[in-house]
Design a binder for this molecule. Sequence first.
Ligand code: FVH
Length: 296
Amino acid sequence: MTANPIEKTPVTLLGLGAMGTALARTWLAAGHPLTVWNRTPARASGLVGEGAKPAGSAAEAVAASTLVVVCLLDDTSVGEALADADLTGKDLVNLTTTTPAQARARAEWARERGARYLDGGIMAVPPMIGVPEAGGYVFYSGASELFAQHRETLAVPAGTTYVGEDAGHAALHDVALLSAMYGMFAGVHHAFALIRKEDIDPVAFAPLLVDWITAMAGPSITQTGRQLASGTLAEDVVSNLAMQVAGVPTFLATADEQGVSPELISPYFELMRRRLALGSGEEGLTGVVDLLVRGE
Ligand code: FVH
């Protein structure tokens, strides 16, 4: 908590990889007293030159501040790094990428050790940290009063988006958005593969893809969310599933003609066909979502 506007909240940061180092620089630049620890101590030297206080062990670093931020490789490294630390009375903010179940287990683990816990999912790459106009932000979940208390300090490196009391929800939002990104990359890479052997400049092709994906993404994603919430999957459908499945042979034949493996897009086409076979030809594509959910 910032008790005095002049005195900034002291922060302890465990983990000085690419992301941890970027986070550290923003807190130092904003005037927060910063204690740092990294398994490989040499990685701290630059930050020490910028005003960070190095700790000899993770336990020593944890002892230095109430607010302890962790940004390590994975959940296992968090457990290893904090194994000997006294977490009593600490506010632990874990920005390490984990699964939702790992985040919930880590929250319980922290509670058993006397700490309050917030989990975070970073929606940014290191160059976006400390650059508000880059649009990076961090999902947070866990105790709302803890988030409110530290919001100002946590907002120094990047924007903050609180997604609820369930400690697993920051990780879930993080992984869901990244999964969508990889699906988008899969389609984009298939498109580039289709033109790869032709006399088409990929540099000139790229903005066509950008504009098309941008135009499609907003309306389609918004409608999918609305349809899932209302359960009315055939409402306001512009391009129905029957028409889209009828086009699938054209997509597969084009890939074949261009000597391109359809392995990135075939699974999606298969799901569209399965949904159509259930008699959903008047729907759009939203019904695919529930085919993916096990037990549906
Ligand atoms: N960098 C990125 O683009 C992404 C953006 C979105 C969020 N991720 C997640 O952030 C976590 C940290 O990522 P990072 O980029 O800092 O990763 P590295 O540069 O590889 O640094 C890893 C740090 O973890 C330390 N470490 C690894 N294992 C252990 C261990 N068993 N005990 C203690 N520390 C450990 C490592 O220490 P060292 O190798 O320097 O000794 C680094 O400090 C991550 O969850 C991303 O998914 C980044």
